[in-house]
Design a protein around this ligand. Sequence first.
Ligand SMILES: Cc1ncc(C[n+]2csc(CCOP(=O)(O)OP(=O)(O)O)c2C)c(N)n1
Length: 398
Amino acid sequence: MKGQEFVDLLAQHRYDFFAWVPCSLLEGILSALATRPRLPSLPATREDAAVGCAAGTWLAGGRPAVLMQNSGLGTGLTALASLSLMYRLPCLLVVTWRGFRGEDAPEHLLMGDISPRLLELAGIPHRALSAVSVEEDLAWATREAFGREVPVALLVPPGVLESEHAQNNDRDWDRAGTRLPSAIPAGHGRGEARGARAQIDDPDRDRELVPRMSRYEALATVIRCLGDEPVIHANGHICRESFAVADRPQNFYMLGSMGLASSIGLGVALTRPGRKAVIFDGDGNLLMNLGGLAMAGGLGPKNVVHFVFDNEAYGSTGDQPSLSREVRLDRLATAAGYPWVRAVTEPGPLEAAAREALDADGPAFLLVKVTPESRAVPRIPYPPTVIRDRFRAALGAG
Ligand SMILES: Cc1ncc(C[n+]2csc(CCOP(=O)(O)OP(=O)(O)O)c2C)c(N)n1
C-alpha cells in the first residue's frame, strides 16, 4: 500500500495528531503526512518523547498516533509502561519491523527477533500489518486502542508500505520540518531566529543565581498566579508539594515517565492552541529529556509556559547533585529557541515573572532557582485513571 493511501485510512479513522521518529520504512507515510496541513505531524527527538506528546494530545481531546522504528521500542518502553499503560491513554503505535525474519543489518537482528515478545511482555496489544489486510488491521488497532484505552501497536514488516520518495515533490519540510499550521504562526517556524533574539535580551546572562526560597514557597507563589490553566507536573516531590499547596482538577500529576512533563505539555498545547499549557518541571526531569526543550523551542507554540523548579538536585531521591549546578538551564532554553526566558531566585520577582510568563507569547521559560529544602507532604492519593479523568473533564475533553 502507498503511504498516501495509508494516511487516508488514518484520516478516516479520525487520527489527528502524529508524532514520529523516522525510519526509511515510514518514508511514504511521513511524506504523505507532510502534504496534509490538517494533520499535524511533528518530529520527536526520541520515541519516549513522541509517546509523551501523544499522551498530552489524548488528554486534551485529540486522537494520536506515534510512528517509529522498532529500534526505538526500548527507548519508548518506560513511557509506554509508566504513562500510556498506567493511566490508560490510548494511542496507535505504527512500529516498523526491522530485523523481520532475521534478514537485516546486524543492529536490527536482536530487536527484530524480540519486538513481538517485548510488546507481549508489556501487555501492549499488537499485530503485524499485512499487505492483504491493512484496512482490517488498522480498524482492529483503532478499536482496541480507543475501546480498551491502551496503546496498540501495528508492527510493519518491510514491503507492506511502499516508499514514494521519487514521486512526492509537494511535501513541505521547510517550516521546522513539520506541518503545524495552528502551532507555528507565519514567520515563527524557525528556532534560531527566536533563539538569537532571546539571547540578546537575556537580562540574567551574567548574574549568579542564588536561591532565596524553597520549592514549596515557589510553587505556592506560582500557583497563586494561575487561573484555570492545565498544569503538567514532573514526577516526584514537585507533584506532591503542588498537591499540598492546592489540588486542582487541571493538575496532571505525572507519577512515572520521568522527563516527559514537557512532552505531555507540548501535546496538550498543540491540541489546544487557544489555551495556555503550563509545565512544572524539575532540573533532573528537564536534564533527562533535553530534547523536550528542542521540541518546544523549535516548534514554537505560543501557549507553552514552562516553569523549572531548579534545586540543583534530585530532591525526590535524596538530594543527589544534578548537573544544573554547572549547566544554566535558562541558557539551554534560549538556545533551543524559547522567545521568552527569565530566571528568578526570590518570591517577589517570581510572582511578577510568573504573571508575565503566563501572559507572554511563548514558549515561555522561567527558571525558578530554589533551595534543596523539601516539605514532608503526602503522596498523591488518586489512582492514575482518576488523575486522567478529572484532568480531561477539566479541559472539556472527557
Ligand atoms: C526513569 C526514572 N529514573 C529514575 C527515577 C527516580 N526518580 C524519581 S523522582 C527523581 C528526581 C527528580 O528530580 P528533579 O526533576 O530535579 O525534581 P526534584 O525531586 O529535585 O524536585 C528521580 C531520579 C524515575 N522515577 N524514573
